[in-house]
Each structure stands twice: as C-alpha cells, then as structure tokens.
Design a binder for this molecule. Structure first.
Ligand code: ZN
Length: 204
C-alpha cells in the first residue's frame, strides 16, 4: 500500500473497563488510503516505565461476531481479552486494532458466507476456497507504519501467527520475541483452532 494519504494520529485518552478494573489508555486513530482503512492503537504506558523497555504489541484484526458478540466460533474475543491482560499490566504495550481486516480481510458478509460452507462440512480454509476468496487477505504494512509512528520499532509480539511476524519484519519492525496467546477451545471452535494450528502453522 502507498502510505501517502495516511491521516493521523487523532489522539485522546480512553478509560476502559477491563475485567472490572478501570484502565486509562492513550488512544491513537489513523486513517489509511481510504475511509474504510482505519486503525486504533490503544497504548498502555506506566509512568515509571524504563525508556528502553521493549513494548508488548498485539495486532488484532476486527471480528464483529467475536469481539462484540463473544461468538464461540472463533477465539478472537478470548485473544483480545488475554492481550489486554498482558498489555494493561506491562510497563509499555499496545493493542493495534484493525477493524477493516474483519474475517481475515474478506469482510463480514463473506465471512458469514464461509461460515455457511463450514456448517456444511468445509474447514476454514476449504470454505474460503469454495467461495473464491483468499484464505488470508490481511496485510500489515499500515499497522507497521502505525507502530513506527508511535515509536515502537522493536516489539514483543503477542501472536502465534508466523505471517504477522514476517510481515512486520518486512516492513521495518524488529520482533524480538513472539508470545502466542493460548485460548481455550470449545465444541464450536475446536475444528477452527485445530485447522489454524495444523494447516496455517499458527502456534496456538
Ligand atoms: Zn473471530
């Protein structure tokens, strides 16, 4: 992507309720090349943080069904909560939230089309192939740009997805460590998590 038209950041503070505790985060929003591509970086910074501390970062692709409605078909909500646990207790950390990468980048409508195929027996990869969309259409160039803009050039990445790490490295971010978030499976997402682990090389 060209980074020519990026606007931002719009900056404010965002108090959130995380597991019953009030946490104050710095919120940075950016707009990419079109109004559809927007990123929210929520940063936790403790006042006594060492200036050289390596920040903990989660790149989280938006999932309306999971993040908002706590769907059990995926593990997005659990991963977001586990990431917030880590970030809100770290001296320096950020959730970089990518709402436009819904459904691994294919959008809400096609994600539900793929779910329909999965209801009839396909796994998460076969379903995408059947409806003619990429298995993973996400890209992290804009996210890497945002990380550089907030001054995070070396990070510990909360992810077990090797594609995220290599995309960041390719775009100038050093990843000193990957720490996968281990979410628990349930009877609705068991197959999805198994497919991510076995067929997409995710360490989860
Ligand atoms: Zn999800």
């Amino acid at each position: 992507m060209s980074t020519r038209l990026i606007q931002g950041p719009a900056v404010t503070t965002l108090p959130i309720d995380h597991r019953g505790r009030q946490v104050l985060l710095d919120a940075y929003a950016y707009q990419g090349n079109n109004e559809h591509e927007q990123i929210l970086a929520l940063i936790h910074r403790s006042p006594e943080a060492d200036p050289d501390v390596v920040p903990i970062v989660r790149l989280h692709s938006g999932c309306v069904t999971g993040d908002v409605f706590h769907s059990l078909r995926c593990d997005c909500y659990q991963q977001l909560q586990l990431a917030l646990d880590a970030i809100c207790t770290a001296p320096l950390g950020a959730i970089v939230y990518l709402p436009y990468q819904e459904g691994r980048g294919i959008g809400l409508y096609k994600k539900l089309l793929a779910y329909g195929r999965q209801d009839r027996g396909a796994d998460t990869i076969e379903a995408n192939v059947e409806i003619g969309v990429p298995v993973d259409a996400r890209d992290y160039e804009f996210a890497a740009w945002v990380l550089r803009d907030i001054g995070f050039r070396t990070v510990t990445l909360l992810s077990g997805n090797p594609l995220k790490k290599s995309a960041l490295v390719k775009n100038g971010i050093q990843v000193n460590k990957c720490a996968p978030l281990k979410s628990a499976s349930n009877r609705y997402n068991e197959r999805y998590i198994r497919t991510k682990r076995k067929r997409m090389s995710h360490d989860i």
